[in-house]
Every structure is written in C-alpha cells, then in structure tokens.
Design a protein around this ligand. Structure first.
Ligand SMILES: Nc1ncnc2c1ncn2[C@@H]1O[C@H](COP(=O)(O)OP(=O)(O)OP(=O)(O)O)[C@@H](O)[C@H]1O
Ligand SMILES: [Mg+2]
Length: 282
C-alpha cells in the first residue's frame, strides 16, 4: 500500500513539472474538444466543418479523430488508415515519429490526424496506467506547435478517449441536437467536465453549445431551442445549424461543405459558427 502512495506521489511531482512545460507550449494553440456522449448529435459534422471554416479563415488547423468509428477520417480520406499512422499509435505505441499520423486534406491549411478502429481497445490497453488520461496532451505538446487550432472529434461515450481530449483541451464545444431528448445526458457530461477541471485540467472551459439539426418550422423545434437557451444562456452560439441534406452528402465525396455546396445553408451556417468561435477566443 505504502509503495502505491509513493508511486502516486512521485507521478504527481513528475506530472506537475511535465504539465508546466507542456502547458506553455499548448497555451499558444487553441485546442477545442467537440463532445457529447449522446450519439448522432452532430459532433463529427461540427468537427469537420468548423475545422474547414477556420482553415478557410487562414488559420492552421489540426483535426484530430479520436473516435474508433473514424467518421471524421472517412470524411476526408480515401482508403485504409495504417495503425501506426493513426491516433491509436499516438496513444498506445509511443512512436518515434509522431507526425507520421498527419495527413493533408483537400482543404488548404487543414491537416488530419486519422483514427483507426483499434482505438476501441485503448481503454483495455492502458488499463492500470496512471498516465493514461494525459497521453494525448503529451503528444500534442510535441506536435501541435505549428497549428493555431486543434479540433478533436470524440466518440459518443465519456470514457478514456473523451477524457484524453478534455485533459488536452482549453475549450469544449457541445453540439446538442434539436430533438425531444436533446438534454438527455448533459448532466453527466457537465459532471465529467467539472471533475476534469478539479482534478486534471483547471484550464478547461465550455466555449459554447451549438444547436444542430434545427427545424424552425415546427413548434417542437422552437420550444427545444428556447429550452436549451434557458439552460445554457449565453453559452449557446447565436448560429444555429438547421437540417441540411448537403451536410449529410459532403463526407461521401471527401469534401468540405464549402467546396461541395458553397451556397448551401450548411456552408453558410458553419462559416458563421467559425466566425463566432474566432470572436469568442479573441
Ligand atoms: N445539420 C444537419 N442536417 C442534416 N443532417 C445532419 C446534420 N448534422 C448531422 N447530420 C447527419 O446526422 C448524422 C449524425 O451526425 P454526426 O455523425 O455528425 O453525429 P455524431 O454526434 O458525430 O455521431 P456519433 O455519436 O455516432 O459520433 C450523420 O448522418 C450526419 O450526416
Ligand atoms: Mg461522430
């Protein structure tokens, strides 16, 4: 028992030195996690299109896919992703060349760190490793200095992958789908954010809540939007993302919404969201 305490105390000292060093590097970059443990609410759609909007605004952006479903990856890449060139390797393999996981996208200024289905094994793989929640933060402090923004897409769980993203981030964006069950699970999400703020990352802030798949023609849609605004107040972005079939189609063509359907409401709204994000961080 005593040796376990000694081990934990040693780790805490080591971590605090490491954290001061990586914090100074990471402070210059805006690292934004997109999270909500509810599935299908528009996390990936927001991650891929917000990242593109920021790149079009001449920011250098790294889009990190931490979801074993790899939907963000498939939205920009053709073909198979090699395990050693994925974010799985970042977390589990201690590779020598961390930038091997970088892949250029069709969008100028937007680099992708692709996911591999093996990310589903990370929790099991890192079991018992006291440093497991810090893996992504440590990697980003080494590879992210060339970027202005890092956007991290997370899976629909509050497990180790999402925790890694939140520990590495200064900002969190929560997409909430405009639906009858919109607020389901947000308490657990906010609890997790509070725990991470208290224990591992006091810098984490909720930048905003983005309402997705909104249908203003229905009374239910308008009621839900009003309810989300009542609960989250000014945290709710002014820009609301309405339902737009073009947003569903563009990943199949490996294009961002801005080249696939530049005049669509989806392109206009995500561009507006990008501008709001830039305003909130300035
Ligand atoms: N504004 C929108 N209009 C129409 N379809 C949308 C919109 N936003 C997202 N979708 C579609 O809804 C589905 C779920 O969206 P998305 O994959 O972004 O959610 P997610 O939260 O990342 O899901 P998961 O939890 O599985 O990772 C996708 O088919 C996507 O194309
Ligand atoms: Mg997703």
């Amino acid at each position: 028992m005593f040796s376990l305490f000694k081990k934990a105390a040693k780790l805490a000292t080591k971590r605090s030195k490491k954290d001061v060093k990586s914090q100074t590097i990471l402070e210059k970059i805006l690292i934004i996690t997109i999270a909500n443990q509810k599935g299908g609410v528009g996390k990936t759609t927001t991650a891929i299109n917000l990242a593109s909007a920021l790149a079009l605004a001449k920011r250098k952006v790294l889009l990190v896919d931490l979801d074993p479903q790899a939907n963000t990856t498939m939205s920009y890449m053709q073909g198979e992703v090699e395990l050693e060139q994925s974010t799985y390797a970042w977390l589990c393999d201690n590779p020598e060349d961390l930038s091997a996981a970088f892949s250029q996208t069709s969008v100028e200024g937007l680099t992708l760190a692709p996911a591999h289905i093996s990310l589903a094994r990370v929790e099991q793989q890192l079991q018992g490793d006291l440093e497991a929640p810090y893996r992504l933060k440590d990697v980003l402090s080494k590879v992210a200095s060339d970027f202005d923004f890092v956007i991290i897409d997370t899976p629909p769980t509050l497990g180790l992958l999402t925790v890694n993203a939140m520990v590495a981030s200064s900002q969190l964006i929560i997409p909430i789908q405009s639906s009858y069950f919109a607020m389901e699970g947000t308490d657990d999400l906010l609890d997790t954010v509070e725990k991470i703020k208290r224990r591992t990352n006091p810098n984490l802030e909720i930048m905003g809540v983005v309402v997705t798949m909104y249908d203003k023609r229905t009374v239910l849609g308008r009621d839900i939007l009003a309810q989300i605004r009542e609960v989250f107040g000014v945290k709710v972005f002014q820009t609301v993302i309405t339902r737009n079939v073009r947003l569903e189609e563009s990943p199949a063509y490996k294009e961002s919404i801005f080249s696939f359907a530049p005049k669509s409401s989806g392109a206009q709204q995500y561009m507006k969201l990008g501008r709001e994000v830039l305003k909130r961080v300035s």
